[in-house]
Design a protein around this ligand. Structure first.
Ligand code: PEP
Length: 250
């Protein structure tokens, strides 16, 4: 039985005051006995604060990216072992903003995926197509290529301790959401692809949907058979909006 995860990607938002009040709101409005798990992805400077507030709670936290190298002369970068040291359970890899704005290729993303596993973190591998790619019917080829970059370098078994987030780029931060049917179609494609290489892996891997998820559309998305929760950007920045999604998952 796959668990549902509702994960909040805070991107480059927040302050100490905001992080404290948001996390206290989430702790008050959720429980370890719920049907869904909760996780947050603060910016690096706030991981320590998240760790101190969330330690021993039911809410997990993670980094928004990591450098593929274990240590060294990489000014401004953060390694997987540093995230582990901050108590992170997860790390996002290959978010579309990292791919589009910071030029991370499929090969770069695969190295980060592997570095996350080496550091004892659970990578959340983000995949998804642009609007142009969808309109030219390239969605499956694009997503397959993003998965294959990891599979060809590190093998299908590397997904054993990973989560996947299908995030159509055209739906991120735009208010446009994939219909439940559109999302389910791609989630089933991802699961079938992994299942064809390792049946148990395919059936067990958690696949989140991301792209303008909110309290009104979450229940229908999460009701799809291959959607195991959501990666949420804008609506994860207030406890009220994020908890509405958490409630919809339960
Ligand atoms: C995201 O950044 O991963 C995301 C899904 O953002 P939003 O929910 O704002 O579309």
């Amino acid at each position: 039985m796959r668990r549902v995860l509702v994960a909040g990607n805070w991107k480059m938002h927040g302050s100490k005051t905001m992080v404290r009040s948001l996390l206290e709101g989430l702790l008050a409005g959720s429980s370890a006995d719920g049907n869904a798990d909760l996780a947050v992805f603060p910016s690096f400077p706030y991981l320590s604060l998240a760790q101190s507030i969330l330690a021993d709670s039911h809410i997990q936290w993670g980094g928004q990216t990591l450098n593929p190298n274990p240590q060294g002369a990489h000014t401004g970068e953060t390694s997987g072992s540093m995230l582990n040291d901050m108590g992170c359970h997860y790390v996002l890899v290959g978010h579309s903003e990292r791919r589009a704005i910071y030029g991370e290729s499929n090969a770069d993303v695969a190295l980060r995926f592997s570095a996350a596993l080496d550091a004892g973190l659970k990578p959340v591998l983000c995949v998804g197509e642009t609007r142009e790619e969808r309109e030219s019917e390239q969605t499956e080829a694009v997503v397959a290529g993003q998965l294959d970059a990891v599979i060809s370098s590190f093998g299908i078994d590397s997904f054993k301790h990973a989560t996947i987030a299908y995030e159509p780029v055209w739906a991120i931060g735009t208010g446009l959401t994939a219909t439940p049917q559109q999302a389910q179609h791609v989630h089933a494609f991802i699961r079938d692809k992994l299942s064809s290489l390792n049946g148990i892996m395919g059936s067990q891997i958690q696949i989140l949907y991301g792209g303008s998820v909110n309290g009104s559309n979450a229940a229908e998305l999460f009701a799809q058979s291959d959607i195991d929760g959501g990666l949420v950007g804008g609506a994860s920045l207030t406890a009220e909006d994020f908890l509405a999604i958490y409630t919809a998952a339960g």
